[in-house]
Design a protein around this ligand. Structure first.
Ligand SMILES: [Zn+2]
Ligand SMILES: [Zn+2]
Length: 178
């Protein structure tokens, strides 16, 4: 089904040094929850290229795809989208602890493989998280919402007085207590 994680069975590769496989896969990307907002991938299933090579103690794998993420602009909450080209490359050891035994200090790649099954969707989301800009904006110079009346300042100016700078407020407190 389309909303199931996309996986790859590494054991389907012959256990011969250098054995490798190049595959076209349909990669499912589940929605992301960022800064209290939901971000969806449009479409949620994208074509991806997977290259896997058996190197003795494990597998090197490379996953490449492009995707578009849609959700609310962090400043004005209007729709925003972002196109990403992703290329993830990692090494997956054959002998890996079970995911249930992992702790926070364990390497990221350990989390994407269980019983020889590589979870491509989880791996892809982790790679995407590393590529996201600090803010997802409708446009680079989005002016956001007025903190006082909530007006979308991209559409019109409002009549609110600009808020006093906090540092000035502190200085006034200090002066008053002197
Ligand atoms: Zn915006
Ligand atoms: Zn205002």
């Amino acid at each position: 089904m389309s909303d199931q994680p996309t996986t790859f069975d590494l054991a389907s590769l012959p256990a011969e040094l250098g054995a490798s496989r190049a595959l076209d896969v349909r990669l499912y990307l589940s929605p992301l929850h960022l800064a209290g907002q939901d971000y969806r991938f449009i479409p949620e299933t994208v074509p991806a290229k997977l290259n896997v090579t058996f190197v003795g103690e494990g597998y090197t794998a490379k996953l490449e795809f492009s995707c578009r993420i849609e959700g609310a602009c962090w400043r004005c909450l209007e729709p925003a989208d972002l196109d990403l080209d992703v290329a993830a490359e990692d090494f997956f050891e054959t002998k890996m602890p079970a995911v249930a035994e992992l702790g926070q200090e364990d390497e990221a790649s350990l989390w994407f493989m269980e019983d020889g099954i590589l979870n491509l969707s989880e791996w892809a989301l982790s790679a995407i998280a590393g590529l996201l800009p600090p803010q997802i904006l409708c446009r680079d110079d989005c002016r956001g919402l007025c903190p006082q009346c909530g007006a979308n300042l991209n559409l019109a100016e409002c009549d609110c007085e600009p808020p006093l700078d906090e540092r000035w407020g502190k200085l006034r407190e200090w002066e008053a207590s002197d």
